[in-house]
Design a binder for this molecule. Structure first.
Ligand SMILES: *[C@@H]1O[C@H](CO)[C@@H](O)[C@H](O)[C@H]1NC(C)=O
Ligand SMILES: *[C@@H]1O[C@H](CO)[C@@H](O)[C@H](O)[C@H]1NC(C)=O
Ligand SMILES: [Cu+2]
Length: 662
């Protein structure tokens, strides 16, 4: 917060301005969202037209302006506050920049390229109710011996499968049976495919191709109240205690804890956005706060299913760009999603009609200590004593959960006092299954696209690719990307015949920086600031350490979903910072054609050495469903770590006071 004394005549203005929008990267507030709606509604162009708000978010201020504001918040003026809005009106897509400082439309252009903006929650709900008044569907339900009142329908993105003509905004509607269970995703009404027009709100194509049994409700419910004895396995409760209270403080959207400071924001596309993360060093370096990340968030979650049949081929979902992670962010609960010592923050986004909606408890923040050590050593060679010394591993976790229809994604950002940030995504929730005649694996013949996980139920093969936008600013914006390759070497003679060494290569252009983690000679992936050296002369750096989930796409290059998500061929890409390159799958993902995605931008092969760079890293899970994933799957986590490498002068935890001495 500003500590400066403000002259009286400025007080009124600055207080309003200040409390309304204290940090230039703060997400839009509910009143700002309402103002945006009013400004657009009252502009002459839109005043009398029907329109739908598909994206409303902060138009990020110029990075240099934010950095200069950050270096001296009390002196520099706040960068201009603008919102970026995507509207549909009159069958066209409009991009609008709204200036909130003077309540005006700053720019307005039409999007004429391929693809459409993300769906609104309301339009998906509207088309999901269409089948109930559609006679052929009612007949299909009757034919299957299912009661219409137990049927629940939902809308899915239809994708793009090669048609040259840009048609209308269509989606597919699929229906399920609830009734005696809440686990409707385990009971698909298989064989029925409906295409709907999202803007006319009508069914435009209906096919009932095959009748297979609806899997039974028995055994699908996951509610504790519906389980029958015997119960178990059972663990005794474990509690968290913080006898001296919480160690972090939340000031607006800024979190301060131990040696870390960062900003948390909410965006309708990405959900959680972490900005301006900086850390101070140990001992003599303390007080010197240096940046690590400027802005980082989940840019896309791409989930292609591997069943090419008529009912399933279109199931290649872009949960970020098609639906938005924000509207499906869960309201977190203590002792369910987060421990008892957590604090919560709300998020806001705009509905299709432009009004603000609140996502209560969209994020939680908590300190974690699970009895682990961050370093230890036992020394037995000192005469007369055994020295054992250790420090506790304590971290601060920021968590958000998105439920994309059947799946739940738990996104964690774990900040460690050691300077590391561990970023993880964990999958849980229910599978997407295909109903089948088979009731036993022995009956199965011919090509199957999954595993029999219950009678009449095939868990279909699929991948989850979660791509992070990581604008690292290691000790400042000008960074280089270095691949340190391990090189096996031979000695010329002597007792040892071989060893390994490292050859560091700095990537000069985007093409040098594409990395397939799972292939080729292993390399350390490093971001360094060539101008920021330690006292010993090493360049300050951060390593990106891939974790367990490193799948890349196995779809062929000419397959339409792969054309759209061509960036899933490699885990790591590096681009020069460009404010408009935020969304890895492009700005208009629904029915996109791959002409505005990371792989397309990277074709320009721009210089990336010693400049402001952005890393894009994809966590990839290849998911072969198994019986344990039924009726709800146990959490499966993957991720990566950003870990300091010559960033600090020494182990940053050498001067940390242990709990027992504190
Ligand atoms: C609002 O402010 C912007 C930036 O200063 C300026 O370009 C624009 O002309 C202003 N619009 C109106 C309507 O005053
Ligand atoms: C920034 O990105 C946009 C979208 O990819 C592109 O049109 C523009 O040319 C880029 N600017 C620079 C300087 O590369
Ligand atoms: Cu899965």
């Amino acid at each position: 917060m500003r500590g400066k004394i403000t002259p009286f005549f400025l007080l009124f203005f600055s207080v309003i301005f200040f409390f309304a929008h204290p940090h230039p990267l703060d997400p839009l507030t509910p009143s700002e969202i309402s103002s945006i709606r009013r400004i657009i509604r009252s502009s002459p162009f839109f005043s009398s037209k029907p329109l739908a708000f598909h994206y409303v978010g902060l138009d990020e201020p110029d990075k240099l302006a934010v950095l200069s504001w950050q270096s001296n918040p009390s002196a520099a003026p706040l960068p201009l506050l603008r919102a970026f809005v995507i509207l549909r009106s009159g069958g066209r897509t409009h991009e609008i920049s709204v200036d909130l400082t003077n309540s005006s439309v700053a720019s307005h252009r039409l999007h004429t390229g391929h693809g459409y903006p993300m769906f609104t929650v309301a339009e998906l709900a509207a088309v999901s109710s269409l089948p109930f008044n559609y006679t052929p569907f009612v007949e299909s339900v009757k034919k299957r011996g299912v009661e219409l009142k137990n049927v629940i329908c939902t809308a899915f993105a239809a994708g793009w499968h090669g048609n040259a003509k840009q048609g209308r905004r269509v989606a597919k509607v699929q229906c399920f049976v609830a009734g005696e269970t809440v686990n409707l995703y385990m009971r698909p009404l298989e064989g029925i495919t409906m295409a709907v027009d999202l803007e006319a709100t009508e069914i435009i194509n209906y096919v009932d191709r095959l009748v297979v049994p609806v899997p039974a409700a028995a055994g699908t419910d996951y509610r504790a109240s519906r389980q029958m004895p015997p119960f178990g396995p059972r663990a005794k409760p474990v509690a968290v205690a913080q006898p001296q209270g919480k160690g972090f403080a939340i000031d607006g959207c800024v979190v301060r804890w131990a040696n870390w400071e960062f900003h948390m924001g909410f965006d309708v596309w990405a959900g959680l956005v972490i900005s301006a993360a900086s850390v101070v060093g140990p001992g003599e370096d303390s007080g010197v706060r240096r940046s690590v990340l400027y802005r980082a968030f989940v840019s896309e979650v791409f989930v292609p299913y591997m069943d090419p049949s008529e009912e399933w081929y279109y199931k290649v979902f872009f949960d970020g760009g098609e639906y938005g992670l924000g509207p499906y962010t869960a309201s977190l609960e203590t002792m369910i999603d987060c421990p008892a010592n957590a604090e919560f923050m709300d998020g806001y986004y705009a509905t299709g009609d432009g009004s603000p909606v609140k996502v209560s408890r969209a994020f939680c923040v908590f300190e974690r200590y699970a009895g682990d050590t961050s370093w230890r050593h036992t020394e037995t060679l000192i005469p007369g004593e055994v020295v054992t010394e250790a420090r506790e591993e304590v971290s601060l976790v920021v968590r958000t959960v998105t439920t994309s229809a059947n799946y739940d994604y738990v996104f964690d950002w774990e900040f460690k006092t050691s300077g590391s940030i561990k970023i993880s995504a964990a999958l849980t929730g229910t599978l997407e299954v295909r109903a089948t005649d088979y009731t036993n694996a022995d009956q199965i013949s011919g090509e199957q696209y999954g595993t029999l996980v219950a009678p009449n139920t095939i868990g279909v093969l699929h991948d989850h690719f979660i791509t992070y936008h990581l604008d690292l600013d290691v000790a400042g914006p000008p960074n280089s990307f270095v691949k340190a390759r391990f090189r096996p070497a031979r000695t010329g003679g002597g007792p040892r015949k071989s060893y390994w060494t490292v050859a560091a290569e700095t990537a000069r252009t985007e093409a040098d920086a594409r990395v397939k983690v799972s292939a080729g000679p292993p390399a350390e992936l490093l971001v360094v600031n060539p101008a920021a050296k330690t006292k010993l002369g090493n360049a300050a750096g951060y390593r990106l350490i891939p974790g367990a989930a490193v799948a890349t796409s196995l779809l062929s290059d000419d397959d339409y979903p792969q054309i759209r998500a061509s960036f899933t061929r490699k885990q790591l890409w590096v681009t020069p910072y460009n404010k408009s390159e935020k969304w890895v799958s492009g700005l208009y993902v629904d029915q996109s054609r791959g002409d505005d995605n990371l792989a397309a931008w990277s074709m320009r092969n721009r210089a990336i050495e010693n400049t402001d760079i952005v890393l894009w890293y994809t966590i990839g899970f290849r998911h072969i469903p198994c019986q344990e994933d039924f009726p709800v799957m146990p959490m499966l986590a993957g991720g990566f770590e950003l870990r300091p490498f010559n960033f600090f002068e020494t182990n940053p935890l050498i001067k940390t006071v242990p709990f027992s001495k504190g």
